[in-house]
Design a protein around this ligand. Structure first.
Ligand SMILES: C[C@H](O)[C@H](O)[C@H]1CNC2=NC(N)=NC(=O)C2=N1
Length: 105
């Protein structure tokens, strides 16, 4: 699967419901949950999705906030796999009642 061009990445990010940001060779999104266990439950669901597609996020968990950072490590950049995983994360995060970190919780 090839690396995406800048304009493809920009278009792909606009299609995603979550507020993903481009960070060089990766895209990232931070979400906030009600509490630590809610965050851990979401991480567990994302882990199952990652295993299903064999594409794994970098995850930073701080109490009720989770930062997901996606990159295709084998190619050192962003591919469709990252956009696909981001879409799955957005669906799981919405189901879990997550809000963007900008939500101020
Ligand atoms: C052996 C295994 O299939 C590879 O290491 C997969 C696993 N998950 C992965 N996840 C991500 N984000 N990038 C990869 O290059 C990658 N490679």
């Amino acid at each position: 699967m090839p690396l995406l061009e800048d304009k493809q990445i920009t278009a792909g990010l606009e299609e995603l419901p979550g507020d993903w940001a481009r960070e060089g060779a990766a895209i990232s999104r931070t979400v906030a949950l009600d509490d630590f266990m809610a965050a851990i439950h979401l991480v567990t669901e994302v882990a199952r999705a990652a295993e299903e597609i064999n594409h794994h996020p970098d995850i930073d968990i701080r109490y009720n906030r989770i930062r997901f950072r996606l990159s295709s490590h084998d190619l050192g950049g962003i591919t469709e796999r990252d956009l696909n995983l981001a879409a799955r994360i957005d669906r799981l995060a919405a189901k879990a009642g997550a809000v963007g970190a900008a939500g101020g919780r």
